[in-house]
Design a protein around this ligand. Sequence first.
Ligand SMILES: NC(=O)c1ccc[n+]([C@@H]2O[C@H](COP(=O)([O-])OP(=O)(O)OC[C@H]3O[C@@H](n4cnc5c(N)ncnc54)[C@H](OP(=O)(O)O)[C@@H]3O)[C@@H](O)[C@H]2O)c1
Length: 408
Amino acid sequence: MSDVVNVGILGKGTVGGAFRRLLNERAEMVEEVSGRRPRVSGVLGRKRGDFDRILARSELVVELIGGTDPALDYVTRALEAGRHVVTANKQLLAQHGPELVRAARKGGAQLRFEAAVAGAIPVIRVVQESLGAIPIEKVFGIVNGTTNYILTEMARSGLSYDDALAQAQALGYAEADPTEDVNGADAAAKMTIIARLAFGAPVKLDDVPFEGIEQVKPDDLAYAKELGLSLKLLGVAERVGEDAISVRVFPCFLYPGHPLSPIEGAFNAVMVEAPTITEITMSGPGAGGSETASAVLGDVVSVISGGSPLFEENARLRVARDVEMAFYLHLEVEDRPGVLAQIAEILGDNEVSVRSVVQRGTGDEAVLIMVMHPVVESRFEAALKKIAKLKFLRSPPRSIRVIEEEFN
Ligand SMILES: NC(=O)c1ccc[n+]([C@@H]2O[C@H](COP(=O)([O-])OP(=O)(O)OC[C@H]3O[C@@H](n4cnc5c(N)ncnc54)[C@H](OP(=O)(O)O)[C@@H]3O)[C@@H](O)[C@H]2O)c1
């Protein structure tokens, strides 16, 4: 084997540029750790470089273009041709993970994607390798820094959603088009990848329902503050019974004491629960050119040093849609007798049981804030649909999930 590893870099944007600089700076260190010195064999941009020439010259291809076209074609061809691939591309993995694994097997190549989930935090490595022999029960993730920044600022300074988003954009924490971040789609792609690894289950992006934070109001956060709750956009992947898992993304209240409750600003965090380890929480910067490039370089070192982790699939596990959750319900109502009784009747008919009720304000400002005990989500949704039709509501009902688990 040659002492030099030729590395082709596809993409020369934020991460591609930072990775190229880092690779040059750290080439010597990589050689010390792995025994082989990396050398850039070509760089591809929209108007620069030729993929086939780079492929022919490289032993390892680093894909930092993003999206699926042309990244899927390039990565598949590289793997089938026996070139190892390192990528930071969550969409590619979430949408085409199983096909890429097949291509890697066919070519006898490695596929690594640590930077696709939670930037600089080594979540993939921990879930795939460190916890490989431990049956994971549940993974909770704050895997989108933009939304965590917006929710933190709404809670801290009472900003509206729109003002907090504008602030995130001004500071570079949100893209000019933040749609995929704020509607939960970005987090859903990352949770698809995590769930596949954690459970070895054939989860597809379409299996992961997601909700975003666009409807969250300062009121919701003010209420949360009083109770010491924090609001997060949370990804959850968990075992449900013997033969199923559930993977979802939604805004959610966390009680103080939950390991993800103190994660603030543009940070990401992932918490893994398993019987033998109780829980492990990892947190750190979830994005940024140099942070992401360092995760990519870690993968490059792993590839050069050997090893071949690929996800195995456990077809016995199905993906469940309807699971139990607790809910917070915010109702702006007319202040008159019988209101609470009618709401309670609808909840009771749907077997939803109420944990607490508080009335705030009177007259035109009366608000009922209710917290439910955990209930199968479809029952709560059925009740909510009926409540939404009640004539005495002054605005549509708002609900947010609540996680009651506390850790000491
Ligand atoms: N930015 C982050 O903080 C971050 C964090 C985690 C993961 N990621 C992931 O890292 C990847 C790269 O993101 P980025 O922020 O670096 O994106 P970016 O700044 O937009 O860079 C994309 C690069 O890909 C090149 N490219 C686009 N279409 C191409 C095509 N058809 N053929 C050849 N090259 C093409 C562009 O070429 P030109 O330079 O010629 O335009 C550019 O150099 C994405 O998968 C992203 O999800 C990014």
